[in-house]
Design a protein around this ligand. Structure first.
Ligand SMILES: [Zn+2]
Length: 281
């Protein structure tokens, strides 16, 4: 993967120029069925698509939604479709249309999961990310925000990428009106029973949480260290940012590093476990 950006954009690694890389790599490696167009527009039902131009032998087009979608999310979508092109186009003679949830929450399975993983590695390679935020570091929202800017991706995409390798116990949550829309735990957090069920039920955030009753500053940020019993039966550090534009609150929970594993308080539901193992929860 890293050879792609090296070949396509020497000297200017980040933010990765996704469109240039997709066009350059496809033209140099697969000239007979290269990517001929990458176009944004108003697409009502999905975030991105990869289509053959009449026939796969004529080349391919990447289409992405631009309406109410940030430039950062558009870049992730293009990278996701480029992943489909590289790995799956022979399986998809009629192309593929990709759901918004799959791309923003990285909750897809099979080829969707593969395309998401490709996009994340192209835009935010682990070697660079770990040099910025080491695996044992406890980043604030500012640290993750700086990484998001460096990579030209959304704060959500950045947090999800960091959760993939952090050695710390941490949880990322997206909520609205005090109810969790979805959440994802780092593996160490999940293994110590620190995760939320958000698929079949709505988890209501604690009244004492910053996300619900925080003292938000002018930047829409709030943080606090909560005693055991607020979020979990142990002390929890909470950082959150409220986006009025999107009517969403993003929360990062940091749990203490030292923790004696006593097993989950309740059995893990199969759907939660399956989703965790598939990379999205
Ligand atoms: Zn897809």
């Amino acid at each position: 993967m890293t050879q792609f950006w090296k070949a396509a954009a020497p000297g200017s690694r980040f933010p990765v120029n996704v469109e240039l890389i997709a066009e350059t790599v496809s033209a140099s490696r697969f000239p007979s069925d290269r990517i001929k167009a990458i176009k944004g527009g108003a697409i009502p039902d999905f975030d991105g698509a990869l289509y053959p131009i009449d026939d796969p032998r004529n080349g391919w087009a990447i289409i992405y939604n631009k309406t109410d979608v940030s430039l950062e999310r558009q870049r992730f979508t293009i990278a996701h479709e480029f992943g489909h092109y590289l790995a799956h186009r022979h399986l998809l003679p009629n192309g593929v249309e990709c759901d918004e949830k799959v791309v923003t929450q990285r909750s897809g399975k099979g080829i969707e999961k593969e395309a998401d993983e490709f996009a994340a590695s192209l835009l935010m390679p682990f070697d660079d990310f770990k040099a910025r935020i080491p695996a044992d570091a406890k980043p604030s929202l500012d640290d993750l925000g700086a990484a998001a800017e460096h990579y030209g991706v959304s704060l959500t995409a950045t947090a999800l990428r960091w959760l993939e390798y952090t050695e710390r116990r941490a949880v990322f949550m997206v909520s609205r009106d005090g109810g969790a829309r979805w959440a994802k735990s780092s593996e160490p957090a999940f293994k110590s029973g620190r995760f939320f069920r958000t698929v079949r039920e709505t988890y209501m955030l604690p009244e004492a949480s910053c996300a619900v009753n925080g003292n938000f500053d002018d930047m829409g940020r709030a943080s606090a260290t909560h005693p055991p019993g607020v979020w979990f039966p142990e002390e929890t550090e909470e950082f959150c940012i409220c986006s009025k534009k999107h009517d969403l609150t993003l929360t990062i929970l940091h749990l203490p590093k030292s923790f004696r594993w006593l097993g989950p308080a309740e059995p893990v539901e199969p759907d939660t476990f399956d989703r965790f193992m598939s990379g999205g929860r």
